[in-house]
Design a protein around this ligand. Sequence first.
Ligand code: SF4
Length: 406
Amino acid sequence: MDDAPEHNSLDTFTKAPAVHLEPDARPAESIRAASPGEQPPEGLRIDDLGPGGETEPHIRRALLGEPFDDPTAPGSVRCNACAHRCVLRPSRIGICGVRQNRGGWLYTLVYGKVVASKAEPIEKKPLYHFLPGSSAYSVATQGCNFHCEFCQNWEMSQAHREGLVPESRFVPPEDVVREAVAAGVRSIAYTYVEPTVFIEFALDTMVRARAAGLHNVFVSNGYQTPEAIELVAPYLDAINVDLKAASDSFYRRICGARWEPVRDTIVEMRRRGVWVELTTLIIPGLNDDRDELRAMAEWIATAVGPETPWHLTRFQPAYRLKSLQPTPASTLVDVAEIARAAGLRHVYVGNTPEVEVADTSCARCGERLISRGDYSVTGWWLREGRCPRCKHALAGVGLADSPVAV
Ligand code: SF4
């Protein structure tokens, strides 16, 4: 445990003070908290606290950890990957369930431990103004820093809370890129769970993806720290942030988080030139207050820009909110109207076939520019990225060439 680690240029970690371990304590069960903050099994062996070996290639020393001075728990570290900034006593696991203090070091437990991977339309992320009509190779590990009670991917994101061990395969970054290239995609999407919790794996993949001519996309809850943004932004081309509400009480009650860091991430990503789209799942009785949604739309229009795409999606009963009804179509129509009245030019309604709004119109004159159906581009009227009628440039990335025959 005393060996000095090798640091590379991305390391931001400083080792915590030494921690004393019992060398011949009885063998432990697997080190996995069933719920955040739960004490790990007693009797950890010193071998259990070391780095991963050939049998555990997914356990690696993590980025964005720092020693935390807790006189009652020497060897504590703080994780600065997300805005929770968990302080982990020796052997404890963070709220996300996939980052652990092992012997005074912060470790990721899911490097390359892929639980889902597939090529799918970029429109499914959803990103409508970023390489429209292209495919993205989606990858995810387990774990998430939020515990949203309506999570659609809870078997992956909340596995550690639910005592599940999702099936996984070890896929190092170079193989993710190889699989993506073989699938003929134009980007890799880090998605399904919050990618910040597997930032080391994502970052190594992003660097290689860029070298292979691919773009990188995050589908994120936006709960990153400025330090995490600093690491990923240079390699990130687009982000869809799940803006769950614009109220701190919703974030605290339903997601176990806070609103301000999400707000700051959205603004900072935009400032750094990362293409930003936003998604809000409208949940009956929880975040469908019209005044709050109006305030959210006004905030988007002023802080992020009136041409920021905002995707409104229908809630379907899931996970711990199975007792709620799906969002009425009329609510989505209402909210879309409110958003347009607040100044937003690209408001989409998804997941609701009867009132779906998936086509893109010119922000200036209203001319139809792109039509979509079933997550694919079905019509394209842009001319070199501009409206054919008034010549206004559509906001987005990769809009010069049509992905469909016109
Ligand atoms: S990523 Fe967030 S939730 Fe996970 S250990 Fe770090 S600070 Fe805690």
